[in-house]
Write a protein that binds this ligand. Structure first.
Ligand SMILES: C[S@@+](CC[C@H](N)C(=O)[O-])C[C@H]1O[C@@H](n2cnc3c(N)ncnc32)[C@H](O)[C@@H]1O
Length: 286
């Protein structure tokens, strides 16, 4: 089975830090804990931790209703979703129809919105929902609209998620509200926060963060009781917000089209990570 667990392609997706995070779970005796992601997006890392039994339960949250629609629909009705994938015509005609659904994302029927999100994610350049279609509108490019729409593989990914559905909870809250909820729970929860990028967020996601949103988040993160890790693009503004925390800069190895440069990981004081660093590319402790 492929290491790509998520059916979604995600700009800035963190599937690739699985080797590091899985070691971190050993280093901090977190095996079997609950795992929560307030800004889950494609949730590739969360799913792999679950499938490989590092965690017992995952809570994935995203404020973007289109993303939430996808997760809640495949968890609630995987069979219908897979039948639709089998039948859907991957053409520009369908693309135009599904693009229109995103214009009314706040009111559209959730299942319809889920189909639209998935279709655009798999047919747009780099999976960016509001971006352009692979091959261009006139389909003159080298790659065509269906280049990333391999139906059997995508159906298999959804069926695998369906097998774990009792251990996956999905929500559509603001990240801060979600974090407060998780932090108040009694059980051991590792919270991984991957908020919208500081620099590129507005281009990539439907919801992005202003400077004051990043500030507000950092103020709250500093008060959290649970073990946590935050990731960001490497920028002085962010480093200053987390000036007193332990941090590592590393290179996020992604495909050329998604490349976003150096990233930083920031840790709560009760997390040890020295023994896991070898799994990151070019790590530098800050
Ligand atoms: C950097 S991406 C997360 C990528 C994810 N870690 C992955 O591996 O696919 C940030 C996500 O935060 C979501 N988001 C933006 N503002 C939010 C908010 N206020 N609350 C919760 N999620 C938000 C975006 O929709 C986007 O999916």
């Amino acid at each position: 089975m492929s290491h790509f667990c998520s059916p979604l392609r995600y700009p800035g997706g963190k599937n690739c830090i699985f080797p590091f995070v899985s070691k971190l779970f050993y280093e901090n005796k977190l095996l079997g804990a609950t795992y929560a992601e307030p800004y889950a997006g494609g949730a590739g890392l969360a799913l792999r931790l679950l499938f490989e039994e590092y965690v017992e339960q995952i809570y994935i949250n995203d404020l973007d209703r289109s993303i939430y629609a996808f997760w809640s629909s495949i968890l609630g009705n995987a069979d219908a979703f897979c039948s639709w994938i089998e039948d859907v015509d991957v053409s520009m005609e369908s693309w135009c129809r599904y693009k229109e659904v995103q214009n009314r994302a706040e009111s559209a029927d959730l299942f319809e919105l889920a189909k639209s999100t998935f279709f655009l994610n798999r047919t747009n350049v780099s999976g960016v929902i509001k971006g352009g279609v692979i091959g261009g509108y006139n389909q003159k490019g080298r790659y065509k609209i269906d280049a990333r729409f391999k139906k059997p593989d995508l159906i298999a990914r959804i069926q695998r998620i369906e097998q774990f559905r009792k251990r996956i909870s999905v929500s559509n809250l603001d990240g801060l509200a979600f974090v407060k909820k998780m932090d108040a729970r009694a059980e051991e929860i590792f919270i991984y926060l991957d908020p919208p990028y500081f620099q590129k967020g507005a281009d990539l996601y439907m919801n992005f963060y202003s400077k004051s949103d990043h500030e507000k988040l950092s103020k709250h993160v500093h008060k959290m009781k649970k073990k946590w890790m935050v990731s960001y693009d490497n920028h002085d503004f962010i480093l200053n917000l987390y000036a007193s925390e332990k941090k590592v800069r590393y290179k996020l190895s992604q495909s050329a089209s998604n490349r976003v440069g150096d990233e930083v990981l920031i840790f709560s004081e009760n997390i040890a990570f020295a023994g896991s660093l070898e799994s990151l590319t070019s790590p530098v402790c800050l």
